[in-house]
Design a protein around this ligand. Structure first.
Ligand SMILES: *Cc1c(COP(=O)(O)O)cnc(C)c1O
Length: 383
């Protein structure tokens, strides 16, 4: 009888029969990508001013339902600006999950603020509303209407959950907790383009949200990001800050504050506009792939497929499974990677990486549990 690892390798190969080496996630350019990029070049508008940047922002408003969408050079810069606009200042604390990509925490550090790590839920792999509530009940104190960490004396200004691999977290419950403590909710929806929680697009529950269009995401600009919000004041400020805080003037240089050169170039916007035209097809294809994996793993003891959480519709950006233990996880990683099928463990927890190892943590039992077990599987679009 074949062992589980051989069966997994053969199954993934059956999903991607044309590939010798099967990567985790690669982009596909099957629509108007070449046409729009060539058009941007021909127009000479290749930098941060151009028709495609504006078109991209309109498309993102339509897709997410957010009133304002501001294009940025990448998801990390979008996070940086979103946190600044949420009022995060020097020395403040931002509550986030340890189970995330490093960019989430880097953006907090760019504001000279400190991440504080609160546990995730096992089913969503995203920040846990119950753990957030109990953390705040033991540490938080309201002073003059502001939430203060009574152990450190720092302001707790914002909460930054992440929708892991496209699976929405319990964002409405997180919002309720944040409201009680007057904490701004900012969503790292970098991975969840096309994912909905209770029929609403991820990233639109908080004061601000961000998405990424890096090369490994479900749709790519080469590099790119977007800030979304319903707040007109914040929307305008986001545009201002990401465009060097330049005040419109017919010929003079007028800058009202220290701004950032974070606006997405038109060349990248051309690529993402073409990609977004195909988003519905990508999403349908990804759900099909997820369904295949789900069925396959239903027939395998010791390995569980992670399906979309309750009340949500996931984009299934990266398919993930749960192995029985750290030992099993490592065996599976080796057996698949040795055989040309790329798999990866979930991120090392952020409270363990060098830069953030001294940050304050709540109990992280679920994050620890997931860290030892989760493996991502090849998930590129198959059309
Ligand atoms: C990809 C990603 C980002 C950052 O996006 P970039 O466009 O690569 O800067 C931020 N957070 C998470 C969770 C991501 O997966």
């Amino acid at each position: 009888m074949k062992d589980n690892f051989t069966r997994i390798v053969e199954f993934v190969r059956s999903l991607y029969p044309e590939d010798d080496f099967i990567p985790l996630h690669v982009p596909r350019f099957l629509g108007n990508e070449r046409k729009y990029v060539m058009d941007a070049i021909d127009s000479t508008f290749v930098s941060s001013v151009g028709e495609y940047v504006n078109r991209f922002e309109q498309m993102m408003q339509q897709i997410t339902g957010a009133k304002y969408a501001i294009a940025t050079v990448n998801g990390t810069s979008a996070l940086h600006i979103a946190l600044l606009l949420a009022g995060v200042k020097n020395g403040d604390e931002v509550l986030t999950q340890p189970l995330t990509f490093v960019a989430t925490c880097n953006a907090i550090a760019y504001c000279n603020a400190k991440p504080v790590f609160v546990d995730v839920d096992r089913d969503t792999m995203g920040l846990s509303p119950d753990k957030l509530k109990s953390f705040l009940e033991s540490y938080a104190e309201m002073r003059a209407g502001k939430c203060v960490n009574r152990m450190t004396g720092n302001h707790i200004t914002a909460c930054l959950p992440m929708h892991t691999f496209g699976h929405p977290c319990r964002i409405d419950e997180l919002l309720d907790v944040c409201k009680k403590f007057n904490i701004a909710l900012v969503e790292d929806a970098a991975e969840s383009l096309g994912s909905y929680y209770k029929a609403r697009h991820t990233g639109t529950f908080g004061l601000l949200g961000i998405l990424s269009f890096n090369g490994n995401k479900i749709a790519t600009a080469g590099g790119g990001g977007v800030i979304i919000t319903d707040n007109s004041d914040l929307g305008k400020k986001a545009k201002h800050l990401t465009t060097t805080a330049k005040v419109p003037h017919p010929y003079e240089f007028v800058h009202s504050e220290i701004g950032y050169n974070y606006r997405m170039p038109n060349l990248n916007a051309a690529l993402i506009c073409a990609q977004l035209e195909q988003l519905d097809a990508y999403l349908a294809d990804k759900r099909k792939t997820a369904e295949c994996y789900k069925k396959f793993f239903a027939g395998m003891a010791d390995v569980n497929f992670i399906a979309e959480p309750e009340n949500s519709r996931s984009n299934y950006w990266l398919n993930a499974i749960l192995t029985g233990s750290l030992e099993e996880r490592d065996k599976l990683l080796k057996a698949t990677n040795d055989n040309g099928v790329m798999t990866r463990p979930i991120w090392k927890l952020m409270n363990k990486v060098e830069m953030f190892k001294d940050c304050l943590c709540g109990d992280l039992v679920n994050a620890e549990w997931l860290e030892a077990r989760v493996v991502n599987l090849p998930s590129s679009v198959r059309i």
